[in-house]
Ligand binder design. Structure first.
Ligand SMILES: [Zn+2]
Ligand SMILES: [Zn+2]
Length: 346
């Protein structure tokens, strides 16, 4: 089968021919409908040789949805043809966090090892081997080609918003920095979970801000000093209860610290890996800084429920697997409006 793979450090991914995997005991083979191309793949491909302990090559793609193809020996609960989305951060299944459904925070060394990110094969191929049925969530009427990004862009944004919902009552403000795939999701999740809050989107691109508005942002601001002033105006000088930085580079983190509020949440989701200076007066007093990674299995079930009831929808652009390299190039150039999704079986 065709697979788009991470072959060489600091090189673009490559299309290769690999064998179709055989599901072992408890495993499930998925026929891939859609595999999202994520910014973190670009960061991964740019790593210095040996920066991570995993070995190359492996197949990219950690935002996967499709149809059950074959159930491995002893695997139960699903049948061939069932449309499913795949939970991405694969943990040990046995530690306390895993048993709480938080496999994103598995406590076993070397885990979680998400397919497509950590050395095991992901879904940018005709078929994906999933280690356990506990990672499969039924999609119902949702099309796997449209739904795939919900398992990362959707779930990551959902988790980052949900942990701060108690701060977002009437009169509150949430600032979303970065209106790409994750930001667009965060705006819709804020609308769904915190309907009274004022949502402010910030980006460098006027096109992305237009999309942010159409997805429910009350204000859309071009990054810069004026945006900082405007947030201060909206919040009567106090700052925002929640600032989500979905980019994580120096200018965005600096803005986040300037517009966050005393007792607020400054949440870093973007993997830009810049540094946030922390001292007595900045970020504001008792403003909690967190860097959540992905989300939990129960939260993915909630994300799918929101999508099934039409409350969130990912803007997707489809690419054939032969065009996967092109999709990543477009992503790198900032030319993907929402999420690029590779459809290996179309
Ligand atoms: Zn991702
Ligand atoms: Zn675990």
């Amino acid at each position: 089968m065709k697979a788009f793979r991470f072959v060489e450090w600091q090189q673009p991914g490559e299309l290769r021919d690999v064998p179709v995997p055989e599901p072992g005991p408890g495993e499930v083979l998925i026929k891939v409908g859609g595999a999202g191309a994520c910014h973190s793949d670009l960061h991964l491909l740019e790593l210095a040789p040996g920066a991570r302990s995993f070995t190359l090559p492996f197949t990219l793609g950690h935002e996967n949805a499709g149809w059950v193809e074959t159930m491995g020996p002893g695997a139960t609960g699903f049948a061939p043809g069932d449309p499913v989305i795949v939970y991405g951060p694969w943990g040990c299944g046995l530690c306390m966090n895993c048993r709480r459904g938080m496999e994103n925070y598995c406590e076993t060394p070397g885990k979680p090892s998400p397919g497509g990110l950590g050395g095991t094969d992901g879904g940018m191929a005709e078929y994906l081997l999933v280690p356990s049925t506990r990672y499969l969530i039924p999609l119902g009427d949702l099309d796997p080609r449209e739904a795939a990004p919900l398992t990362d862009a959707g779930l990551t944004s959902y988790h980052a918003v949900k942990r701060s919902v108690h701060l977002l009552g009437p009169g509150s403000t949430a600032v979303v920095i970065g209106a790409g795939g994750l930001g667009q999701m965060a705006i819709q999740v804020l609308r769904a979970l915190a309907s009274a809050t004022t949502v402010v989107a910030v980006d460098t691109s006027q096109d992305k801000l237009k999309i942010a508005k159409s997805m429910g942002a009350d204000e859309a601001l071009i990054s810069g000093e004026d945006a900082v002033r405007r947030v201060k105006d909206i919040t009567k000088g106090g700052g925002a209860e929640l600032v989500l930085d979905l980019v994580g580079v120096n200018p965005t983190l600096s803005m986040a610290a300037q517009v966050a509020r005393v007792l607020g949440h400054l949440t870093i989701v973007g993997v830009g890996n810049a540094t946030l200076p922390v001292n007595f007066s900045s970020p504001p007093h008792e403003c909690a800084v967190a860097s959540p990674f992905w989300g939990t299995i129960p939260e993915l079930i909630e994300v799918i429920s929101l999508a099934q009831t039409g409350k969130i929808k990912m803007l997707v652009e489809h690419f054939a697997i032969d065009d996967a390299a092109h999709a990543y190039h477009q992503l790198h150039e900032g030319k993907i409006a929402g999420r690029a999704v590779i459809t290996p079986n179309d």
